[in-house]
Each structure stands twice: as structure tokens, then as C-alpha cells.
Design a protein around this ligand. Sequence first.
Ligand SMILES: Nc1nc2c(ncn2[C@@H]2O[C@H](COP(=O)(O)OP(=O)(O)O)[C@@H](O)[C@H]2O)c(=O)[nH]1
Ligand SMILES: [Mg+2]
Length: 388
Amino acid sequence: MLGWFKKKFAKKEETSLPVQETEPLDNAAIADQPLAAESDPAVPAPEKPSSSGPTQTVSEVKAEKAKPAAESVSMFKRLSERLSKTRDSLIYRMDTLFLGKKVIDAKLLDDLEELLVTADLGITTTTELLDHARQRVKRDELSDPAMLKEVLKEKIRSFITESTRPAELVMPETGPFVIMVIGVNGVGKTTTIGKIAHKFLATGQSVMLVAADTFRAAAVSQLQIWGERNKVKVVAHKDGADPSSVVFDALATARAENYDVVLVDTAGRLHTQTNLMEELKKIKRVMDKQIPGAPHEVMLVIDATTGQNGISQAKLFNNAVEITGITLTKLDGTAKGGIVANICRDLKIPIRFIGIGEQLEDLRDFDPDEFIDALFQKKSDDATELTA
Ligand SMILES: Nc1nc2c(ncn2[C@@H]2O[C@H](COP(=O)(O)OP(=O)(O)O)[C@@H](O)[C@H]2O)c(=O)[nH]1
Ligand SMILES: [Mg+2]
């Protein structure tokens, strides 16, 4: 497993929160919540962890995070189960295509090309994959269709690993680590913030949430629910407030109160809405004024089920505010797994996390090897796992 963030921070063992099983989320209930009364930290601040103590090195942090083998197996199993629908749209279609075929001929390669494009790998990534396969066939290194799948798997692995390492979030040595979360409506920004907060809390970091999505009435209360669930402070202004001023105030508080991590929720916007994109730039500038260097991470959330549209969203958001990392949500849904390779190869922006469900713990560090292995798992392996 990769370490998912890097920071020399004071040891905060006593404050580490155990990872708890959470109740299933009732999103209808979230939507129906009355808007919390005007403003401000509706949720009391948690106990601040002590900032004294010996400094911990990155390798110590990693060692501490190393999981017992049994836990890793069950984590992999859960990932693999959650990816089953995504797997259907890529791997099982490939298996069906290769079934009963004895040789790799032009027709098979053409059919494969169509399959890969429709599984969201995109034209350029597909072309590169196919060229690679064709060259190997030509050089007589590849003739068995069963081997072709392995060749594709390793090539996809190389696309993903090359562009995502190092994929760790790098926290500043001092001051709050500010993460600005952006993306179009409904992709899972607020949910992802709740899940990321949970991850940081489990390592003993103090976390503040900022409701800079002042566009929709329910948005602030939705974030406040995630705040309550995590028992962390949520800074909000009145509904309809200027998001830049919310952010300006929140970062002042975060600095004054020594928060480790600040997660800023922004309004969903279409990447084609230029005025809203300008607003994002303004929010970013305001952050830097309050805490020089902030935001340290501009995280774009992409819904993996939206396919190629997700890629164009990323390009336009990147032009406006320079994305530093991506969270890909809803890979437990009917996503076409090719989008992962396409993002890595085409955009060269690291995927930090993947969302594989609606619960607090359903956010995984994106580990390219683990992901590829889970995605390419054979159906027979699934059956073994489920009966195990
Ligand atoms: N299945 C699944 N649903 C998700 C995931 N992430 C978010 N969602 C759901 O997507 C919907 C929109 O999420 P929300 O966080 O409100 O999106 P936002 O508009 O970008 O803030 C909600 O119903 C979430 O529960 C995920 O990884 N898997
Ligand atoms: Mg939201």
C-alpha cells in the first residue's frame, strides 16, 4: 500500500481515532435536512491534538500505517467486490471477445479496439495499446489470444504507474494543509470531503471543513452533517454568501487555531460556465493571501460513470485553476474502468483516491498495482472469494 500523505508531524498517538463501521448513509435524509441556522461553527470544534512530541519521519509514518496481512486481504477483497460492475464493462467483455479464439487476427484486434474505446480508454490510449499489441504479434512474440489480455494488463499498468508515482499528498511543514475540492455538480465532492476528513482524523490530524458551496441551499447543511459525523468544526456563512469571504475567514481561523488540515467544499459548476470558473480563481487567490502557498492541493472530483465527459471536465478545470490531484468516485457503479488509464496517460495528473461506495470508509488511496490486480481479477477468483 502506498503512503497516502507525507508530512513530518508531531506524534499524536492518543488522538488517533479508530476506524469505525458506519451506518449506511441516507442521502434523502441529508437532502431533507433543514438548513442550519445562519452561520457559524454549528458543530463544536473537536479537542485539538497536542502539537508537542517527537518528530516522526515519513518511514515511521508508513510503518505505522502498514496493515496486518489479513486486513490487507480483506481490503483487497472489498475493493475487488466493489469493482465488479466496472470489471464487467471492460474485462469480462474482453474475455467474451477472446473466448474460443485460437489466433490473434486483424478482426480480433479491430473488435478489441472498439471494445477499448467504448470502455472509456479514449482513442489515443487505445491506439497506443493496440500498436503495442500489433508490434508484438508482428515480432512473433504474441500469438495466443489468452496472452493478449496479459499484455494489455501490463501495458495499462505501465500507463497508470508511470504517471501517478509519486502520488502522495505533500503537506506543508508548518501551517494548515489546505485542500480545495472542485468539480461539477453531483460528482461526489461533499461526500469525498467527509471521507477524506475521516482518513486524516484516523492519523491524528485535526480537520476543519469549510462550506464555500454557498450556491445551493442544502449544500451547507449537507457539509454540516459530514462535520457532525466526523465530529469536526464546519465553518459556514449565510446561505448565498460570497464564497471567497467564507474561505478568507475560515483560513484565518484555521491558522489562528493551528488546524492541520482544511477541506474546502466549493459549489458544483459546469466547466463551461466561465463566470463560475472565474470565481474559483478568486477563491484560490484569496486562500494564498491568507495562507501563502494555499491551496496546497486543488483536487478535482470526477464521477467515473460519466466517461469521456470527465476527461474534458478535467482539462477545462485544469486550465482555470491547475489541478494537482484527482479523486475518481463511483467506481462501484457502472463505470467503464478504462477512464482510469485514460486519466493517467492523457492528463498526467495523479489520482489520489478512488470512491467505491457511499460510506465513510469507502475512499481508498489509489494504488495502481492493487487497482489493476483487482480490476483484472478472473471471474473464477471472484467465486472463490465469495465462498471463502
Ligand atoms: N456509489 C457511490 N456513490 C457516491 C460516491 N461518492 C459520492 N456518491 C454519491 O453521489 C451523490 C452526490 O454526492 P455529493 O457529495 O452530494 O456530490 P457534490 O454535488 O459533488 O457535492 C450522493 O448521493 C453520494 O452519496 C461513490 O464513491 N460511490
Ligand atoms: Mg456538494
